[in-house]
Write a protein of this length. Sequence first.
Length: 259
Amino acid sequence: MSTTICQVVGFIVSSLGVAGCMVSTAMDMWSMQDLYDNPVTAVFQYQGLWRSCVRQSSGFTECRPYFTILGLPAMFQAVRALMIVGIVLGILGLFVCIFALKCVRIGSMEDSAKANMTLTSGIMFIVAGLCAITGVSVFANMLVTNFWMSTTNMYQGMQNVQNRYTFGSALFVGWVAGGLTLVGGIMMCLACRGLIPEESRYKAVSYNASGRNISYRTGPYKVGSGYEPETKARKGAGYEEAARSEDGRRSYPSKYDYV
């Protein structure tokens, strides 16, 4: 699959996922009343993240929003926050991805800049998909816990304490939308590698000498055994080689020669 096709398909899949997250968040049927034991009822209740609704057998539906957030459970508010964060990140990722498409030319934008923008949008889509999947899963866990608690109360003779609620259609929409957003983000990250220029992948490294250039003169070298004592450089007139006397003996300078 070429880079352009992978990038375009990732953008389309991510767009569908973000749109699905928005639809799922706005839907009212996150949880609906379980009618297993009572299939014929005059009132049918279902709830969403923002309001609860009651539908009568006559077809009249009345919805009442949650006027305060202080009386809602902490996990319920966490689900709200996760869905909102996922939607915001998804929208920002779409804006970045539009300018990062290879088929869209904006001025003299280089491929390296498009690669960085593609990677950024891909990471945003991945985080948005994870937020949506996590939020829907947390809400589903709450429903399962409340369902079994209500079932236990029903078997103990307290069936009128509270109604049982099961999964609504918004949960399945949220799971599918989060999965699409996650897949689109992965495809955008894979397309990023194809946008990196070839010359920037393998950069040659040159090493320069840190010191100054030193020139050496070639000359004859005397090969020694390696055990000769080092000869010290003799400085000054007093250390010059003493002249030999006529009888062959070496004469050394006296202390008056240095005056």
